[in-house]
Design a protein. Structure first.
Length: 156
């Protein structure tokens, strides 16, 4: 396992769309292990593979000590609205209010290639959508909600 460097928002690499994982093997497991170590080191809530320089459709989240892995995820259902302040390991010291679905349901695969479904609401739903956007080449700063008082990026 290794702590990887985080790709910053100034790098156009983050704007590329990630490619589906085809092999569920030791190489993938090593990537996931590195992602967990990197996320633990940075004390973030989630991390996508593109943020550490790999264009694979993979992200992880760590919510209240629950480490979850999503490979080739697909959001199959969204409902409701919520407005939360978000930050990102790739966007240094910047936070902004973003509109997200209150509830999301995702289908994905685990590290061994077994399919599963996962649904969540509130903050975990925000994290899922935030990391999924990374796989599409989208950053939360592209979605800043202008209807709230906190509509500007702080820092950077």
């Amino acid at each position: 396992m290794a702590i990887r460097d985080i790709v910053l928002s100034t790098d156009d690499f983050l704007r590329k769309k990630s490619k589906p994982v085809k092999k569920f093997d030791e190489k993938l497991w090593g990537l996931l292990d590195d992602m967990h170590e990197t996320l633990n080191h940075t004390k973030g809530s989630g991390l996508s593979a593109v943020q550490i320089g790999s264009l694979k459709r993979v992200f992880i989240i760590d919510i209240n000590g629950a480490n979850l892995e999503f490979i080739n995820p697909e959001i199959v259902k969204k409902s409701g609205k919520q407005y939360k302040e978000e930050g990102c390991l790739s966007v240094k010291q910047a936070y902004a209010c973003v509109e997200r679905a209150e509830y999301v349901e995702i289908k994905a695969f685990d590290r061994y290639g077994y399919p599963f479904s996962f649904s969540s609401h509130d903050w975990t739903a925000v994290c899922l959508q935030h990391e999924y956007d990374h796989l599409e080449g989208v950053l939360y700063i592209d979605k800043i909600y202008k209807g709230k008082k906190r509509d500007t990026i702080v820092g950077e």
